[in-house]
Design a protein around this ligand. Structure first.
Ligand code: UDX
Length: 421
């Protein structure tokens, strides 16, 4: 199949490379020529393990261009993978989705033959059949489902294991309402041996949000229970190991700590809340998920203040800046509120992260960045923010360590306390 991918951010880059690996011809489209240059030379525009190799191996099936018109004209299907940033009220900003839809529509006006437009970007339920459809129809003068295809195919990628998530998914969700769009997506995923759910388009969009919101809820639940377990002197990890053995519950995403970050959970939960509120519903559970998540990093700071009441002039070490290990992504990282509060309190912050220093530095140029994790240990107190594997190999002997992620080794030979344990 000939497929164009609009947007070479995280979702577009991974999706396009994986579709190429499946034997399809891929045209990546972006307004940023540096990203396209990366792709053309087999380098990923974003950090994701294995993606460079995948792009390099499939370069003969890959092209990259800023010419949207040509890309759409020369392909059978277009996947919209552009960003959906947050508005100040938590709802999603659809400006890139709208302009991508308009670009596609204008080409479809002239294009003969069937073309399927697939929404891969995360958009709240109703977007594809609402603004996307109307923009496409207006720009093309054609009718969706009759003159061209329109479908939703949400992704469930985790940063750091995105390729495995594409090639060994728990399920594939196909939101398709016309037989030809459905056939395009079923053909694309024909080689996959996993449950494939074909639904109405708004249902597919909702599955994505509800999956993320539920996982975020599990984490905030684990954190609230973790806070209680700490007060009671009970090991929260043991509690959740036992709880997770119930097949109805499942053990994943029950790690207590300083909460969730990243490009999806915080943004998606807020977008779902905004959508509920716009519909006249005040979602109590989702609001609490966000409230607990915002509180958790502050609890780590409260622990620090218990040991060092006045932080002014104290050297505080921060281990980990990325929102989770194996990524350089700092979006909504719990390190952000923690470092901000340390600076407000007048502390001298020294931080280390194996991958995320450059990204963090652009927002926090005023802190000291260490060249090794060991250097960070030379501080009045050490805060563990991200559970990088290499932090398990450090010698914490004699240190004051406050742990937001549960690095077992840190508890040995030091003054040690965890946020929920
Ligand atoms: C998530 C979803 O898992 C993925 O399906 C979706 O497509 C995008 O959002 P990602 O943001 O890459 O993926 O990271 P994930 O591994 O899910 O972790 C998100 C955050 O939750 C991290 O900050 C992590 O530290 C935190 N987390 C995760 C916990 O605090 N406890 C847990 O038990 C699990």
């Amino acid at each position: 199949m000939k497929i164009s991918i609009l947007g070479t951010g995280y979702v577009g880059a991974v999706t396009g490379a994986c579709f190429a690996e499946l034997g399809n011809d891929i045209t990546f489209v972006d307004i940023d020529p540096t990203k396209l240059d990366c792709i053309r030379t087999g380098r990923s525009p974003i950090y994701e393990p294995g993606l460079d190799e995948l792009l390099t191996r499939n370069l003969h099936r890959i092209s990259a261009t800023t010419d949207t018109t040509q890309a759409i004209r020369d392909t059978d299907a277009t996947f919209i993978c552009v960003g959906t940033p947050s508005n100040p009220d938590g709802s999603i900003d659809l400006r890139y989705i709208e302009s991508a839809s308009r670009d596609i529509g204008l080409v479809l006006q002239e294009k003969e033959g069937w073309h399927t437009v697939v929404m891969k970007s995360t958009v709240v339920s109703g977007t594809t059949k609402g603004i996307v459809r109307s923009t496409l129809e207006e720009a093309s003068g054609k009718e969706a489902f009759r003159d061209f295809g329109l479908a939703s195919n949400p992704e469930f990628l985790k940063e750091g294991s995105a390729l495995a998530d594409v090639f060994s998914p728990d399920r594939i969700v196909i939101g398709a309402e016309d037989p030809r769009s459905r056939e395009v997506l079923e053909t694309l995923y024909a080689s996959f041996d996993c449950p494939k759910l074909v639904t109405a388009i708004p249902v597919a969009e909702m599955i994505k949000y509800v999956s993320n919101a539920f996982l975020a809820t599990k984490i905030s639940f684990a954190n609230e229970i973790g806070n209680l377990c700490k007060l009671m002197g009970i090991d929260t990890a043991e509690v959740f190991a036992g709880v997770g053995l119930d097949a109805r519950i499942n053990p994943a995403f029950f790690r207590s700590g300083i909460g969730f970050g990243g490009s999806c959970f915080p943004k998606d939960v807020r977008a779902l809340i905004a959508q509920a509120e716009a519909s006249g519903l005040h979602p109590k559970i989702l609001s609490s998920v966000v409230a607990v998540n915002e509180d958790q990093p502050l609890r780590l700071l409260a622990l620090l203040r218990k040991h060092i009441p006045d932080l002014k002039g104290k050297r505080i070490g921060v281990l980990g800046l990325a929102f989770k290990p194996d990524t350089d992504d700092i979006r909504e990282s719990r390190a952000i509120p923690i470092v901000s509060a340390l600076l407000d309190a007048g502390a001298d912050v020294i931080a280390y992260d194996p991958l995320a220093i450059a990204n963090f530095q652009s927002f926090f140029p005023e802190i000291t960045y260490a060249s090794s994790a060991a250097e960070v240990l030379e501080s009045d107190a050490v805060l563990i923010i991200t559970e990088w594997k290499e932090f398990e190999a450090l010698d914490y002997t004699g240190r004051l360590v406050l742990d937001g992620r549960r690095i077992q080794k840190a508890a040995v030979g030091s003054i040690y306390e965890g946020v929920c344990w």
